[in-house]
Design a protein around this ligand. Structure first.
Ligand code: UDP
Length: 322
């Protein structure tokens, strides 16, 4: 049981909406803020009649005490602000490059300013992309990363790196109670079938009987975390008073070709695979070292890959049918 009031910027997105669910479920007040450019109102519409849940249609960069007041929310009641507001799939941030830079920079700063004005704890949803195409493996939080500052992915990577820098500056300059979490590849129900990410592409293709699009030779790796595990890590960070940064992800690493095989097996599909060019600057490998999150937050993922993929396949199958 908890009685916090938590503002979640990007709360109608994939991860944000699951966080809204979990916080409402344990009795917290939730103010879900989203401009819906990549999030979906229907991801949280089932919460509309739950006491303590409020939805505010607003760009994080425009979020001020006045804007909240106009929406009927007293900013002084907010205990924690979580910033998950950004396009997050490579397809989305390539299509929305300036919006992504704006959300990560102006948006993060606006939310920090609001947290400072209301003395709320601030949790930044950062990303494993701050490590870029990493030279250190697995990635520990002390690694500074290898990012191409002018490549197509830079709009996301550098916006998140700026977000970490400005959060750290508020922490030092204003002694703001802050935390940074670096979110690794996460999957689960409510991902958009057309968002271009590997799990949704492969599952959608397998269910439709289309070839699975493997980019490059498929030897690149990712470590996939089920959304429920990730949300438990976010909640532990909300409840803690430490700063991190914390890697949140599942250290079980597999190649993209292995993932394609697993999706074919679990869907029972007889689709084949087709190789397409590797996108520019696509990281070759990625795996979180989660020693710090385990030590400080007592957090570790619990859902196995097969179990998580089966739940995701079932949910995406329903989305395909509707
Ligand atoms: N990928 C792929 N086929 C697809 C979509 C993605 O082979 O249809 C690869 C992509 O090149 C990358 C990995 O899968 O190496 C993960 O891509 P995703 O877009 O899911 O997330 P990222 O980790 O790159 O942000």
């Amino acid at each position: 049981m908890s009685d916090l009031t938590v503002l979640i910027a990007g709360g109608a997105g994939f991860i944000g909406s699951h966080l809204c669910d979990a916080l409402v479920e344990r009795g917290d007040g939730v103010v879900c803020v989203d401009n819906l450019i990549t999030g979906g109102r229907r991801n949280v519409s089932h919460l509309d009649d739950r006491p303590g849940f409020r939805f505010v249609d607003c760009d994080v960069a425009a979020l001020t005490e006045e804007a909240l007041g106009a929406a009927g929310i007293d900013p002084s009641t907010l205990d924690v602000m979580v910033n998950l507001a950004s396009p997050a799939s490579p397809r989305d941030y390539r299509a929305l490059p300036l919006e992504t830079l704006h959300a990560g920079s102006v948006g993060t700063t606006a939310l920090l300013e609001l947290a400072r004005a209301t003395s709320a704890r601030f949790v930044l949803g950062s990303t494993s992309e701050v490590y870029g195409d990493p030279h250190q493996h697995p990635q520990v939080e002390t690694y500074w990363g290898n990012v191409n500052p002018i490549g197509e992915r830079s709009v996301y990577d550098e916006a998140k790196r700026f977000g970490e820098a400005v959060t750290s500056a508020y922490h030092r300059r204003h002694e703001l109670d802050c935390a940074i979490v670096r979110i690794f590849n996460t999957y689960g129900p409510r991902m958009k079938l057309d968002d271009g990410r590997v799990v949704t592409n492969f599952v959608g293709q397998a269910l439709r009987g289309e070839p699975l699009t493997v980019y490059g030779d498929g030897s690149q790796t990712r470590s996939l975390c089920y959304v429920d595990d990730l949300v438990r890590g976010l909640m532990a960070t909300i409840d803690a008073d430490s700063y991190g940064p914390y890697n949140l992800g599942n250290p079980i690493e597999l190649t993209i070709l292995e993932l394609a095989g697993l999706v074919l097996e679990l869907t029972g599909s007889d689709s084949t695979a087709v190789k397409l060019p590797l996108p520019a600057d696509d990281p070759h490998r990625r795996r979180p070292d989660i020693t710090r999150a385990h030590a400080d937050l007592g957090w570790e993922p619990k859902v196995g890959l097969r179990e998580g993929l089966l739940a995701t396949i079932e949910s995406l199958r329903r989305d395909l049918d509707t």
